[in-house]
Design a protein around this ligand. Structure first.
Ligand SMILES: [Zn+2]
Ligand SMILES: [Zn+2]
Length: 353
């Protein structure tokens, strides 16, 4: 069982130090490791190119994150031989609207006048966080009921879901990517919905900043689209295809977690295979009828805390994909029809004709 693929194992990087990279045309890049939550690390990137100074992602704003951002700026300055201050930043580009990537914005904004950019589809996550949270939590609660969890467990999980986002102060966004034609100086963006609705990858010369779209050690987390439009496995797989053709000539791909990817095309193929295999294995398990909660447990094993939600979402994304393509049927339709939207749904693979 590919347990690591669902549980976000973003442990401390082996080399917990700022690393410097350079693009083919001489842009300088500093990778800043941030301890965003206990046992959960994320990277932000400081990019110096032409006359702009860009911070790509900000980490979570929690735990040791902001202290690590400050130390990262200092160490990057030392390594590059010129001090870099927050006040030097011209832009902050957010790769996608997940809290471990944008939660540091209030801290950065206090110290800098940099313009903040994000994709249209994730703008609300930054500016109307409470609203987004409330809507998704409502959908999640209903989803968990249909997945086959009891009311009490569902409510506990919804509380856990809300908890990580409570302290964030909404921030104004200065520009969205489509409004600037997906370009900022030499940086170009490609919209790759799936892991998150407004996920982008950002290209600079022969370097790609991949956010959470492509990671080297885990397959990026998937959730069913019914929880949030423009997510879901179908968008994700299409976005992987789009990235393959858009990334010609990329030598180095720097993600939001995990070590860099040097063979992007190969890594994309591996991730595609992980999902193909998982879909096939789910069809096998579903020769007997099961709820999403049962499949999640069978496939990913026992999980705890936030990882229970991640496993249920990952399983649900694959079930949704199969169901929408007519490969599954509902085995307990009577129950579902009389259940007022709260009955667990049992899925079963359609036997080949
Ligand atoms: Zn993410
Ligand atoms: Zn992330």
């Amino acid at each position: 069982m590919d347990y690591s693929a669902v549980v976000d194992v973003h442990q401390k990087p082996q080399n917990h130090e700022v690393q410097i990279f350079e693009s083919r045309e001489g842009a300088r890049i500093a990778q800043l490791p941030l301890n965003a939550f206990p046992d959960f690390w994320v990277y932000a990137y400081l990019v110096l190119v032409d006359d702009i100074c860009v911070l790509i992602d900000t980490g979570s704003g929690f735990h040791e994150n902001n202290q690590h951002l400050e130390e990262g700026f200092r160490d990057a300055g030392d390594l590059l031989g010129e001090p870099i201050e927050f006040s030097d930043l011209t832009h902050v580009l957010i790769t996608h609207g997940h809290i471990d990537h944008y939660g540091g914005l209030p801290f950065v904004r206090q110290k800098s006048k940099a313009l903040i950019g994000v994709h249209e589809l994730d703008q609300h996550n930054l500016t109307h966080t409470e609203e987004r949270l409330a809507i998704t939590a409502t959908r999640l609660e209903r989803y968990l009921a249909e997945a086959g969890l009891g009311t009490e467990t569902s409510q506990e999980l919804v509380q856990i879901y809300k908890m990580t986002k409570l302290n964030y102060q909404p921030q104004k966004v200065d520009f969205t990517y489509e409004a600037v034609d997906m370009q900022l100086g030499p940086l170009t963006m490609l919209h790759v919905p799936g892991h998150c609705a407004g996920q982008v990858v950002i290209r600079l010369h022969d370097v790609l900043f991949s956010g959470d779209h492509v990671l080297s050690k885990i397959s990026p987390h998937q959730a069913p689209e019914r929880l949030s439009l423009f997510t879901g496995l179908n968008h994700y797989l299409q976005s992987l295809e789009a990235t393959q053709s858009w990334s010609e000539g990329i030598q180095l791909s720097l993600g939001g977690h995990n070590p860099p990817v040097t063979d992007l095309k190969q890594r994309i193929r591996e991730i595609q295979d992980i999902h193909k295999e998982r879909l096939a294995e789910f069809l096998e398990i579903l020769k007997e009828p099961h709820t999403i909660a049962e499949i999640s447990k069978t496939y990913f094993g026992e999980t705890h805390g936030y990882n229970i939600i991640l496993a249920l979402e990952e399983a649900g994304a694959h079930i949704e994909y199969l169901y929408e393509r007519g490969q599954l049927e509902i085995a307990n339709l009577d129950e579902v029809e009389s259940g007022g939207g709260l009955a667990p749904i049992c899925y079963k693979a359609l036997s080949p004709a």
